[in-house]
Design a protein around this ligand. Sequence first.
Ligand code: NDP
Length: 300
Amino acid sequence: MSATVIDGKAFAATVREKVASHVARLKAEHDITPGLAVVLVGEDPASQVYVRSKGKQTVEVGMNSVEHKLDAATSESDLLALIDQLNADPTVHGILVQLPLPDHLNEDLVINSIAPSKDVDGFHISNVGLLGTGQQSMVPCTPLGCLMMLRDHHGSISGLDAVVIGRSNIVGKPMAQLLLGDSCTVTIAHSRTKDLAETVRRADIVVAAVGRPEMVPGDWIKPGATVIDVGINRIDAPEKGPGKTRLVGDCHYESCAAVAGAITPVPGGVGPMTIACLLANTVTACCRANDLDPPEGLTA
Ligand code: NDP
């Protein structure tokens, strides 16, 4: 195996340290404590785990965490009323509505009711437009984490050929915008791409965000390329015992690591960066709300 392993767990710890020291400065110098409100509707077990983890990490970096747990049958008007209240609350700098929402709630309507300046997930249509036109915005956490790791590893990624596999609004499209913003030549591949293998082989940077276990084999990777594996897929692991499972990415780790220059593992790569970037976005939103400079290196 030749690739440098990009350790997302360690990198996320440094992001959290930067956030914590900035939060301490905001408190000491300005008497401001950044606050993140997370809204969870219903009892989806995975969402409950994410929300708990977000709340815990928010408190650990010294910020205020407010959780609003609503019944699965909550009406759209009640949810919108809560978001209005959070939009108006000066102690809340970031608002996150945990997705997916129950079927009777219109996700687009709910997300677009969050004040864009408090939209720490970066999903509001205004933030999507601002990012697409190269203006200051709130940036979706997972692609922001990928960009931070790429900048850290390469220094500059200007002029490199990048292929993003996947075109979701949450990962693929904003990732492509961020790479373009850093002057990569960007290709977005998806399920209709004609020759995915050849497309990937041209890339200096491959970001895989598909959700198909180990679909990218090592012989698609250009020697020395950087592979950022966003995929999180749970597969059976009979070698660990009956009924056991394990997590794998969208890239076949061993064969890709044998060819790539650098690679993120799954787990322990992109995953830990996502919540760290949520914390970074919250401190950024708080600084902007108070006409202060956000911490360096934590924004796009
Ligand atoms: P989506 O299902 O929304 O999008 C998947 C994309 O992959 C689509 O654009 C789809 O193309 C494309 N695709 C599907 N099959 C193929 C194929 N055979 N060849 C090429 N492209 C294909 O997924 P998300 O973007 O939400 O998530 C992607 C992965 O990232 C998932 O594993 C998810 O769990 C993980 N994830 C990880 C996060 C983290 O914190 N690390 C955060 C968010 C997601 P088309 O549009 O044509 O259908």
